[in-house]
Design a protein around this ligand. Sequence first.
Ligand code: NAD
Ligand code: GLY
Length: 374
Amino acid sequence: MQGTTSSNLSAVVSIDLGDRRYDIRIGSGLLDDPAQFADLPKAATAMVVTNTTVGPLYAERLRVVLARQYQRVLVVELPDGEAHKTWETLNLIFDALLANGCDRKTVLFALGGGVVGDMTGFAAAAFMRGVPFVQVPTTLLAQVDSSVGGKTAINHPLGKNMIGAFYQPQRVLCDLDTLATLPARELSAGLAEVIKYGPIADMDFLAWIEANVDALLVREPQAMAHAVRRSCEIKALVVGQDERESGMRAILNFGHTFGHAIEAGMGYGQWLHGEAVGCGMVMAARLSAALGHVDAAFVARLTRLIERAGLPVVAPVLDDKDNVGRYLELMRVDKKAEAGQIKFVVIARPGEAEVESAPDEVVAEVIRASCLPA
Ligand code: NAD
Ligand code: GLY
């Protein structure tokens, strides 16, 4: 309903970064509620950055609400997909900002999933050396992870999210209603990042997800609200202690070292980021077991949940001739790698993660075992 002011704010999670502190507001109807935008930075111009899928669904509603407080509201639609998370697409945002005479007070609004959010955030960090931006995430993955914490980036053909900046938004507005139009495959991809928070930080939450995964798959509103809130609370806590990933923030990358290799090795967009992370968590759990930190029952428990969430648990073969070599090569360009040595987030004990390197032979065995159906 266009222009409605009735919203239901179910939770506000604060991310404590001193004078860059901001709120993650979670609820339904937020996209149309002027109160959610009223205290954002003042400017003549707001620019909504979205894509060709999300724009037709939600951009007009956001444009109408923003027009109450900005003289000019521009809307830029980017091509959709991970394969477009590139310099060329980023330049479309700068082209639009410059062609429309935008100034350093212009506020950017990222309306979409993690791809739009990461690119808009990076554009905001770089345009005129930094303009304010607001995240309006519309995928589950973006609401529970990518819109929170200020990591912004584009991909390079040689590595995922390799070019970017830490740059925090002014606010994150998670309107749970937007999840109604999300394709089922994308919902499952988002669940991967929800599940992630259990083994790394909160085993009670893992048990809650196990009990509620079916409700989440049918988008039961209360279950969705709880999953988004608890995920954001955990992420806010971690980022509040280690904004620039000098230490503990790396635990949020559980499953990502293997996952990024899958994404890059398959070609961006073949496997969704969340699918790659889901399968990557199975691999990282196996590695944790191979290093003696957790038992086989833990690996089986996590694998079962990931499978129930509709995610792949058998890793793809990336190279018919030298599959292990290809995985290792791709993982050596991971941002956590130091001097070519791969670092993995492993589960030190259920509910606790740490960053470790592992002998190549152990990793090779995990890759071999993970590429075969159990
Ligand atoms: P995405 O942005 O590609 O969105 C998934 C698909 O859903 C797209 O086709 C999109 O157009 C569509 N879509 C979005 N909202 C919709 C809606 N409400 N209804 C219908 N369709 C909708 O993918 P994603 O999973 O949201 O994000 C993945 C990206 O996020 C990756 O590039 C990943 O690297 C990044 N990421 C970043 C961080 C971070 O901390 N910055 C964390 C995790 C992931
Ligand atoms: N998604 C990992 C992080 O934000 O650090």
